[in-house]
Design a protein around this ligand. Sequence first.
Ligand code: ADP
Ligand code: MG
Length: 603
Amino acid sequence: MIRILEKQVADKIAAGEVVDRPLSVVKELVENSIDSGADNIVCEIKNGGKSYIRVTDNGCGIPSDEVGVAFARHATSKIFTDSDLESIRTLGFRGEALASICAVSNVEMLTKTKNEKPGTRTILRGGDTVESAYCGCPDGTTVVVTDLFYNTPARMKFMKADNTESSLIIDFISRMAIAYPHVKVRLISNGNILFSTNGRGDLYNTVMTVYGKSVGSELLPVDLETDYASVRGYVSAPSASKTNRKYQIFFVNGRSVQSKVIEKGLSEAYSDRLFEGRYPVAFLFLQITPDKLDVNIHPNKREVRFDDEAFVRELTAAAVRNALNVRSAIPQIRAESVSKAYFASDAPVEYKGLRDTEGDDGRFSAVGSIREEQVDLNILLSTMREESQKNDAASALSDAFSEEKQTSAMPFRFEDLRPTGSIFASYITAVDDDSFYLIDQHAAHERIFFERLLAEFKSAEKHSQPCLLPMLKDVTHALAERSEDWIGALEAMGYEIEPFGQNTFAVKAVPMFMEPDEAESFIRMFLDNMDERTDFSDYGMLERIITKACKSAVKANDTLREEEINALLAQLAACQNPYSCPHGRPTFIRLRKYEIEKMFKRV
Ligand code: ADP
Ligand code: MG
């Protein structure tokens, strides 16, 4: 027999689609608060939301004569006609949330608009209005949901432990808080305030308030804009990486999403800075013209589909590389860590302190190289250069936020650097008006060598110098078989090589910019790092071999003369990423004058 279901049964079934755990209640209520134009939202839960959920906002409220209908299914103030569906600007529009929530719980709502004197208090049980009366209350809306799923035992059983349910809610509210930095968001769980943002619109501050304890204070600003899209937000310095992706949080056009494409772009940017199994922290906000997004995605789903995935991946990677390639990524020595090490040890302070800092908190971290070569989008590149200037300003800003109240940070410029000498035949010392610097000669030289080599590789014209005596190189039989491949690669760098007997080759000329002994050890390491499986058409693979070979090619430490120091610094200044060697070790370490004064207890 076919029957129309009773309203209560139909409502419960419909509710199941919208509300399946405490998180969904919180999500619907908080989204309603955002839609109401509120700039102050409090969310309180008890027992992971199972026994109690309260969301209070200072938004527009609901007029008393509309409260009843707000709880009806398909009741919404957000759209009127089907054409409105094309241009939805609110988070909700289906008019199902309140109806679904009250079908499976007890709900109390207090609400008042600005124009009404008294507000309205309404109590519903399992969807039926039990009480509704005028009542004094502030502008805005409070919804309290208790005894969730009391009348749907199957759902009730499906709920997980309090901790599991509350962590989902905390994660959601955290994301909302940073997606809406102009809204004050407070989260309370079992009577404890977990966080409370200030709503002043500053993203960095909001991120720190919500995630500060877990992500540390060393975040670098990301800010890249092209015609169709922009990426903004913050990423961690490589030293602050994590063992999982928990702190990789992405938003696309304001909506919190999960995206493998953005994840990949992010990983690419850190590829030569982080070991396998380490993940950067990232809070990234993508804005992209809606026609480049697949809009047919369910509003409750967290996935997002891009028309052009490669574009989004490369945009993300370029934006993040850009962020990592700024002065604030130069590792810093800080007074507090030095004195900590001093007090913790009996050893003399001078040297130990510095070394301890390294083991202590990993501040001497890899900064890594910018690998612009691999980003094919020319538009991106030119924007990146313009942006890097802006970025400097932004990083100066984030410095100013760092926990110590510092004197205003000076932007670093190579022109201002004045070399003062070198120490241990290994490190150049230099100052500008703001800081003292140590520059690792070997790392700097490697960086210069690496970038020159890649430039030579890509340029049409090769610059070679003939060898006085040809160098003879023996290779394995397998390599001799495919000599065309690797000779081709080496000739692209400026070498000239000819066969000389069965498995022997004669190097007749070497790249112009290399010293003869550098050219010798480079080619030796290059051949050593190659095997039968090496694919020379794979640029990434080739670059990895070059990176390895550079390391040993660059000559050993030496006390440099003044002209040599100046030349090295000038060459470093011309690099695309002067702040790290190709393997990701830093070339610079900075000690601010202010920190020195602090160590001497002058400030
Ligand atoms: P939807 O959000 O899809 O419109 P809901 O069931 O969530 O549907 O809410 C129904 C209506 O109740 C909303 O359209 C809105 O007019 C009103 N409403 C709900 N929550 C609030 C709130 N916190 N502040 C103001 N109005 C609200
Ligand atoms: Mg809603």
